[in-house]
Design a protein around this ligand. Structure first.
Ligand code: URA
Length: 231
């Protein structure tokens, strides 16, 4: 493949932009600066941009520990987006598989594989998500029964799918839901007269947030984690 095509594919840029990088002597092939876009590159060439080796990208999969105040969309007028936390080539090609609210923290999965994220977000697939919740008021025992039966959210036609509530303390609980309606957890507690004051996602399917990841840190998913959504 021509070097300029290789650059545009791996960096997600146009051929013209690739030409500029070459002209500006920003590309090295096997340790030598190269300016000629027609140079043929093969699998065994070491192509570097900004000190980073470029390779043909397969689909990408990451887990991020989302900090508070970051939004899961690509563009926001007021808040930073989770994508600024990624030190990756072409972060604009990635999307979030199941958004969190700006004030919610914890596990976010990011990918450029739309079919894979569909398995996580589509209502046709049952994918459980576990959240740690802190509440304004004490949580009553009968809320667990109400959630197990499904609750009526304002503005929704159907009851929520059965959810599991593990009460951990007077004002804290773990909730497991298998759908992703807008503000679902907050609205479920509102439906039983309580208010969520802190929300943290711990798990999606069988993938748990890595305890080693500080807020704002991320890592690639393992092969096993990726495959767990395809079973
Ligand atoms: N439910 C909510 O209310 N907010 C989230 O961010 C996720 C689930």
């Amino acid at each position: 493949m021509r070097l300029d095509k290789f650059l545009s594919t791996t960096l997600g840029i146009t051929r013209k932009e690739a030409g500029k990088l070459l002209k500006n002597k920003e590309i090295e092939v096997n340790g030598e600066i190269v300016k000629n876009g027609s140079l043929k590159v093969t699998d065994d060439c070491d192509v570097e941009f900004n000190g980073r080796t470029l390779s043909f990208m397969g689909p990408r999969y990451f887990m991020l520990n989302k900090p508070q105040g970051f939004v899961c969309s690509h563009v926001d007028d007021y808040n930073p987006t989770v994508f600024v936390l990624l030190d990756e080539v072409s972060p604009e090609k990635l999307h979030v598989a199941g958004r969190l609210d700006g004030d919610t923290t914890g596990l976010v999965l990011l990918t450029d594989d739309g079919q894979w994220s569909h398995r996580i977000t589509s209502p046709r697939h049952v994918c459980e998500k576990v959240y740690y919740v802190e509440l304004a008021d004490p949580v009553a025992e009968d809320v667990a029964t109400a959630f197990a039966e499904g609750v009526q959210l304002r503005g929704e036609k159907d009851l929520t799918r059965p959810a599991k509530l593990d009460i951990l303390g007077e004002r804290e609980a773990l909730i497991t839901i298998s759908e992703g309606k807008y503000h679902q957890v907050k609205r479920m507690f509102a439906a039983v007269g309580n208010k969520v004051v802190a929300l943290h996602r711990e798990q999606i399917g069988s993938v748990e947030l890595d305890e080693d990841l500080e807020p704002g840190e991320y890592r690639p998913l393992s092969e096993e984690e990726i495959a767990s959504f395809l079973k």
